[in-house]
Structure formats: C-alpha cells, structure tokens
Design a protein around this ligand. Sequence first.
Ligand SMILES: [Zn+2]
Length: 105
Amino acid sequence: MCRLQHPELLDAAHIIPDSQEGGDPIVQNGLSLCKIHHAAYDRNILGVTPEFEIRVQQKVLEEVDGPMLKYGLQSLDRQQLILPKHRTDYPDRDRLEKRFSLFAS
Ligand SMILES: [Zn+2]
C-alpha cells in the first residue's frame, strides 16, 4: 500500500500474528508495509478487506491534522492494495478476512 521504493523502510507485517493459529511466517500471511503503516495495521488503524481493499478507521478519517494524517493515512481509504506479480504470493484471503473482522469490530 505504501508506494515507497525504499526496501530499507519496509517491514514484513503479519496478517495473523505468529502467536495465533494460522500465524505462519509465510509470504501469504504477510503484507509489505512501511514502518508507519505496519504500526497502523497492527493497531487496527488500517485494515485490509479480503477483497484487498484498504480501510481506515472511521475516527481517524474524521480527524484534521497535518500531511502525514492526510496523505499517509486518510488518502489510503478504499484504495486497492498493490498486489505481488504472482498470484501464489497474494495475501491469503481467509487470513485477511479473519484479521479484518478485528478491524471492523
Ligand atoms: Zn506505508
């Protein structure tokens, strides 16, 4: 989701945390996210639907602040995730669904 050509700023974020069932360290359980979006995803400020659409928490969408909020977070709402070249590397939809239910609750 980051459109950032700096691998050194990107993390491999778990969709399902490794402490939970299904939290395997595999490509399909991961999202490539920058540090800010990784933290936002872990805290359910950002969510990703099983249809690979990014959602931003409603409360955060209503905030008014500087460019990091506006461009870094709010502008991502309802955008499509940039997917890997190969379908076999796509994030797993079942895991996304399970995780998204936490975001949406
Ligand atoms: Zn990012």
